[in-house]
Design a protein around this ligand. Structure first.
Ligand code: GGG
Length: 356
């Protein structure tokens, strides 16, 4: 074996455990077929159950432990025993922010055999949402009880942070990504008519960076108009770059248009590679279906493909993506996309589609 990758595995909450186990099975099968690489899995039991026992979402030394891995494979976070903002900040955001995973890429992919609620022809449609992943509305700045006058008169402030450096690096990232695509175009999304400080700065940086990429088509679109465009004219999209919150919302819309949130993959990247990057399905813990063996593993398996690409194995990533497409086209699919198959059946089908 030429290389062995150390992968930290954090299944987290709810269906995270099922879909990450599915992704691991597929990666093991792929590595076995290749014979030239393998995985050392390092599991961490962090999440809301860990919180119930320890009062924290992850070990105090967790970041130190994760630092020692080539990548992190993450499931989902959120369960009823922990307030959502506590679980999110205690685990997922603790990692993305401390490891400066400032670029979150979320491809919107339309698979053959999966129905879309769009009324347009979806063949050939695909675009990528690039989410600024370190600041913006997720800067964690603000406070409560600012009036000092108690219940009924409470005042809370939540401040969005836009730094020129933060805007420039994510916008440049989006342009570089656009250069690798058949349609080199970047759509920048803000609401700068209303958010007159941070998002005006974003727009200015966008125009400045765009001047360095004369071969890339550009546009600045308000987020409300872009939401409509996702539904009415998705053919016009290639790379869509937006702030932390706007891109989170738009990428959920995109994956619903592609058929289900369960299909969507994502990569939280630290492009400088000072810290490990993290790969996770876009969906959350889905308590309503957790433990029933019916969750859609495709988002997690497609995230594994993004991880392979990041580990320097683009050919293997391509094989995995082709297997996902073949299985979707064959009609083996979970209930969220109109099928009857369970998590394991779809996983087995992807493994079979990898061939020998
Ligand atoms: N796998 C992604 C996940 O668990 N997401 C949970 C969630 O609530 N995310 C909100 C966010 O990260 O903005």
């Amino acid at each position: 074996m030429e290389s062995s990758f150390r992968i930290a595995v954090i299944p987290g909450d709810g269906i995270g455990a099922e879909v990450i186990a599915a992704g691991q099975q597929v990666l093991e099968a792929l590595a076995k077929r290749s014979g030239s690489y393998g995985f050392e899995w390092i599991p961490y039991p962090w999440g809301s159950a860990y919180y119930a026992e320890h009062g924290v979402m992850m070990d105090a030394k967790g970041l130190e432990l994760l630092q020692n891995s080539d990548a992190i494979y993450f499931g989902a976070v959120g369960w009823e025993n922990v307030p959502d903002h506590t679980s999110l900040w205690g685990l997922r955001l603790n990692i993305t922010q401390n490891f400066d995973q400032w670029a979150n890429i979320r491809p919107v992919k339309f698979l053959p055999g999966i129905d879309s609620p769009l009324r347009t022809d979806t063949s050939g449609l695909d675009w990528i949402v690039v989410r600024e992943n370190s600041e913006g509305e997720y800067a964690g700045l603000g406070g409560r009880n600012l009036s000092g006058r108690g219940p009924g008169n409470e005042v809370a402030v939540q401040t969005a942070l836009f730094t020129e450096t933060g805007c420039e690096r994510i916008i440049r990232f989006a342009f570089d990504l656009a250069l690798t695509r058949a349609v080199p175009k970047v759509s920048s999304v803000t609401k700068s008519n209303a958010q007159q400080y941070g998002m005006v700065l974003w727009d200015e940086v966008f125009r400045r960076v765009a001047a360095d990429y004369p071969g890339v088509e550009t546009e600045s679109v308000l987020v409300d108009a872009m939401s409509a465009r996702f539904v009415l004219a998705p053919q016009s999209l290639s790379v869509v770059v937006a702030s932390n919150l706007f891109a989170d919302i738009l990428s959920d819309l995109g994956s619903a248009l592609a058929g289900s949130l369960g299909l969507a993959a994502s990569a939280n990247l630290n492009p400088e590679q000072r810290f490990p990057s993290m790969f996770e399905p876009v969906h959350g813990s889905a308590p309503d279906i957790a433990g029933r063996g019916i969750s859609n593993p495709v988002g997690a398996i497609a995230s594994a493909a993004l991880m392979l690409d990041h580990l320097g194995l683009p050919g293997e990533a391509g094989k995995l993506e082709a297997a996902i497409e073949a299985v979707a086209a064959s009609g083996i699919k979970t209930r969220d996309v109109g099928g009857t198959a369970g998590t394991q059946e779809v996983t087995d089908a992807v493994i079979a589609a990898l061939g020998q």
